[in-house]
Design a protein around this ligand. Structure first.
Ligand code: AMP
Ligand code: MG
Length: 338
């Protein structure tokens, strides 16, 4: 067991040292523009094994491989023309492509699947670490399996502080929800496995064909449409320990009648009395989906750390790219474990 995690400031010296940790097969939690990731050398099976152990992640849940360049992406997965189109439109950025896997990627990384999930992240610190480490980095979210994803170094420390040695602090994540995951194994049948900041409509426009939705939490649709064995199961929940219920719009007056419950509104309630109640919280003051996404996981963690009997959240309105992503994460947070 490593000594408790140290949070490192991103000085040139620290970056070089942490790249050395990665090159020697160690783990480092790194900021990305989506959430913090727990990184290891993606081509080193033993190093990636440590990710699964630190997170308590089942070996059946594959990891996303992060790359610096298109050439590096092509070394781990087969970039078909559709993938190249999307890479040109959205990389570097919050889009993960599931592609046929190349031999070089250890089976452990892909949970034995014939496909690999590849992303070129945009965060300058993550990119610097990719450059210094000189290899692709496998990095799932840096949280114990099943819990809420981390968007600050402090979140990582709270969850994995006794299981990993190093956290690079890049401040709060700019986007705040995990990447969009698109199954592109069969380019004629793109299937959205996880909604994120790159919307389904934007993907369809760039590809010039419709993008199907995988039924929540399953990949059955992918199997039917592609005729290939299903890719990895999506994690069913990113849940707080406090039971969370997701409903349509909550009436502002509702919170006063249930003081032992926490109410998570999308937008700050309009009346001062409602907004000032101790059990009233919100994702955004202004109605911005971007602000709501940046705040979501921090709010859920904060509420989970309180003494609330239950959390009641309302669905996010609106049609921006982030509305389906936020509602997906809230629905997962509401899913019962087990
Ligand atoms: P995380 O890195 O924790 O955000 O989770 C990565 C997610 O990406 C997994 O839970 C899968 O849903 C998805 N994923 C990774 N690799 C594959 C793959 N080969 N096929 C399908 N989905 C994948
Ligand atoms: Mg995760």
């Amino acid at each position: 067991m490593p000594s408790p995690a140290r949070i490192h400031r991103p000085t040139p010296r620290n970056l070089a040292r942490l790249a050395g940790v990665l090159q020697r097969g160690g783990l480092v939690a790194l900021p990305t523009e989506t959430v913090y990731g727990l990184a290891a050398d993606a081509l080193d099976a033993a190093a990636c094994g440590k990710i699964f152990r630190a997170k308590g992640r089942p070996a059946t849940d594959p990891l996303i491989v992060h790359v610096l360049t298109l050439a590096q992406a092509d070394e781990v997965g087969e970039l078909n023309p559709a993938a190249r189109k999307l890479a040109a439109a959205f990389w570097p950025g919050p889009l993960t492509l599931v592609l046929p896997k190349r031999e070089i990627v250890p089976a452990m990384v892909t949970a034995g699947l014939g496909s690999v999930a590849v992303r070129m992240p945009k965060h300058p610190l993550f990119r610097k670490m990719l450059r210094l480490a000189g290899r692709p980095l496998a990095a799932p979210s840096a949280n114990p399996f099943g819990y809420i994803s981390p968007t600050t170094a402090a979140h990582v420390k709270a969850g994995l502080g006794r299981r990993i040695g190093h956290i690079l602090d890049g401040g709060p994540c700019r986007i705040g929800v995990e990447s969009t995951v698109l199954d592109l194994r069969v380019p004629e049948h793109p299937v959205l496995l996880r909604p994120g900041a790159v919307s389904r409509a934007a993907l369809a426009a760039a590809l010039g064909r419709p993008v199907r939705l995988a039924p929540a939490g399953t990949t059955g649709e992918a199997e039917r449409t592609t005729g290939l064995p299903g890719p990895g199961m999506l994690a069913r929940h990113y849940s707080p320990r406090t039971p969370l219920t997701l409903t349509e719009k909550i009436a502002a007056g509702r919170a006063a009648a249930a003081p032992e419950e926490a109410f998570l509104f999308f937008r700050r309630p309009k009346t001062r009395a409602a907004a000032e109640a101790k059990n009233v919280f919100w994702l955004t003051a202004t109605g911005s989906l971007e602000e709501a996404a940046r705040n979501l996981f921090d709010r859920l963690r904060h509420l989970d750390g309180g003494a609330w009997h239950a959390i009641r959240a309302e669905r996010v309105p609106g049609r921006g790219a982030l509305a389906p992503a936020l509602n997906d994460r809230l629905a997962r947070a509401a899913a019962r474990k087990g």
